[in-house]
Design a binder for this molecule. Structure first.
Ligand SMILES: [Zn+2]
Length: 268
């Protein structure tokens, strides 16, 4: 599932590629992902252009002149690709836009769980969970003090809190594992058991891991925004492999179809 660092790269790339370019062709292959009328969308998008691409949490927001947004929630398996028409389509193509610059924007979704919303400018009230989002995980306003204050409202397991979009927006399963590894905290610890020092470490690790990941991805993803690059992660997806810090074996636990990786040697 794309998370904040992945989506920052995708937004950064699209922000530079598509604003101001006229939409010439609209093809809908899978209306299930649409939370608006397919017929109207086909009719209304042609001849218009996106003016801006931004991100809020895990939502990608395409501003459409005049006065509308197309909002993508990629969920588990949604992927966007920006390519030439000759490029072979992957399976589960749901939506394809053709631009006047000869490129296409394609939306693939194997599980068809992602959603595309069409809303009036500035009105996100019809998008589930959108208005409940907490501050961005990378928001500088979330300083150590604000972080500690916010996290104290949540009594549960620390990994669940990190992935709770109402606490902070943008962190998912993979980066929660990375952040907890960097902070030296076991994912199953309950928040009230964490000391102020541990929470300070967690806040520091969160900023460092997200900044590091974005830097890594910048060099790796390029124009291939449909490819999810995760091989550089230190702990997530590395169950059974050697811990890069202590040399122990990386543990793996799967609960509710969600995989958690951690190191018993490095995390307390
Ligand atoms: Zn270790």
């Amino acid at each position: 599932m794309p998370e904040l660092p992945d989506l920052e790269i995708i937004t950064g790339f699209l922000r530079w590629s598509i604003p101001g370019v006229e939409i010439k062709q609209v093809e809908i292959k899978e209306p299930l992902v649409l939370r608006c009328s397919a017929k109207d969308l086909i009719q209304d998008l042609k001849g218009r252009a996106f003016t801006k691409v931004t991100r809020r949490g895990k939502f990608l927001i395409f501003d459409l002149a005049p006065g509308e947004h197309l909002v993508f929630n990629l969920m588990l398996s949604g992927r966007l690709q920006y390519c030439r028409p000759g490029e072979k389509s992957r399976s589960y193509l749901c939506l394809q836009l053709g631009f006047s610059n000869g490129h296409q924007l394609r939306y693939y979704d194997r599980k068809r769980m992602g959603r595309i919303y069409r809303v009036q400018k500035g009105d996100f009230s019809s998008i589930p969970q959108f208005e409940l989002l907490g501050p961005e995980a990378t928001d500088p306003a979330v300083d150590p003090e604000v972080f500690q204050k916010r996290i104290r409202r949540h009594p549960g397991m620390i990994k669940n809190i990190l992935t709770n979009q109402r606490f902070l927006a943008g962190i998912g399963n993979a980066y929660a594992d990375e952040i907890l590894f960097a902070a030296g905290i076991l994912p199953f610890r309950r928040r009230p058991s964490l000391t102020s020092e541990e929470l300070a470490n967690l806040h520091r690790a969160l900023g460092e891991v997200l900044a590091w990941a974005e830097k890594e991805l910048k060099g790796r993803v390029g124009a291939d925004i449909h490819v999810e690059v995760r091989d550089f992660l230190r702990i997530h997806g590395k169950g059974g492999q050697v811990c890069p810090v202590c040399g122990g074996t990386i543990s793996e636990v799967t609960a509710n179809r969600r995989r958690t990786n951690f190191c018993r040697g490095c995390q307390k």
